[in-house]
Design a protein around this ligand. Sequence first.
Ligand code: OAD
Length: 233
Amino acid sequence: MTSPRNIVILTGAGISAESGIATFRGPGGLWEGHRVEDVCTPEALADDPVLVHRFYDARRAALATVAPNAAHVALARLDAEWLGELLIVTQNVDDLHERAGAKRLLHMHGALRSALCAGCGAQETWTGDLPPGSLCAACGAAKLRPDIVFFGEMPYDMARIEQALAAADLFVSIGTSGAVYPAAGFVQGARHAGAETLELNLERSGGSGYFHETRLGAAGVLVPEWVEQMLAS
Ligand code: OAD
């Protein structure tokens, strides 16, 4: 590969697995004991807001018990030291990238430590429990909900992401099963724009065939190795 300047990195649940956060499609296909559709759709929120709010309250509380791992730390170092363009797009709703120090970061599926007003669209930092009916500081409506992009909702920052993909000359996907669009299609978008594409994952993902190269292994090992390689290039 000729020296890349513009890098886009997509991360998924696999990058946080070694920190102790369950992936979505692990054994049994359950996320912390729930089917994703039962806690991650607008219908689920409307039908059983108490269950959905409690589910994300528990995930938010669990953030206090986990820490960034070597993969998050390595990406934060790359972000700090890489002189070209770089964008980390995470599908994860945990805050481990930012706690490791990453700055050029977008949370395309929302964030646990944020609340979203279903009335006015305001977002506010939220660290404790968020019971249904919590009041929005911006408009006063009792409409705060977890700031999670549910299935059927539009992911955040798509225009910025597409712009970055169009300008990328290296796209790297880390710890994602390639099961959920639009993120699963980023590799094709990046290739179309002429980027080299690299997958770092524990096992071959649904989209493995689209990548120029796949390296199999744990993110905590593969990501620091790849970052060393990039910074030495
Ligand atoms: P998945 O659970 O679907 O996939 C996680 C991937 O990480 C799998 O391919 C695993 O093999 C891999 N993996 C597991 N442990 C790993 C490790 N230690 N190192 C490297 N790879 C490892 O999670 P995502 O692809 O992130 O959406 O799921 C995408 C979206 O589906 C999520 O963002 C979420 C969910 O519904 C929303 O919340 C909107």
